[in-house]
Design a protein around this ligand. Sequence first.
Ligand SMILES: [Fe+2]
Length: 217
Amino acid sequence: MTEFISPFGPMIMHSKLSDECFNILRANANDSRQEDLDFRQKLSGNIHYEYKINFKTHEHKNLVVDELLLFAKQYVNACREQYRVKRFNEVKAKNLQIIDPIWVNFMRNGEWNPVHFHAGQISCVIYLSIPEEINEENKVDPSVAKSNQPTAGKIQWTYGEAMHFSQTFYTKTPREQDIFLFPADLKHFVYPFKTNTERVSVSCNFIAPNFKIAKTI
Ligand SMILES: [Fe+2]
């Protein structure tokens, strides 16, 4: 029997939000475009419109939080199964909580999110709107398409030193309704795009109690 083993490096989980959670999150995120919810001072994004999400009802918030916690539990359990417990031994899946607030980034052309990491132990990013024109730039824009790394509007995580037969970048073209979970201290960044449109993502961080929260996100 032959097997391929990938024992090193952080785990990234990719899944899809339910339709109900996606629609509730999108509606509440859009309704949170308000000056008093401006969250830019806590965020690294070079992005003009970033807001705390103010949920209209407790039901909406609970539905979203419950679904996100299920994803986080799934993530921790998968890490345990792969014996990544040293990294996560303070995390008990049943004790996970979301650090308030959940926030939304309305990213426009020419904006970007520089390399950064998050507070807490686990982070997630969710995509509410990814116009296809952004992805098209990677195929047709003359200064992008011929690059060996076309990355307009893409997210990239980075970890470790380059070596043969090893990856240090993980780059994704996000799709609407995607959710990615990753260790909160895993560095990542988002590349700008040129098309006059808007790319909308939501993010939040998870902790287990008794874990120290950093002062910035
Ligand atoms: Fe981030």
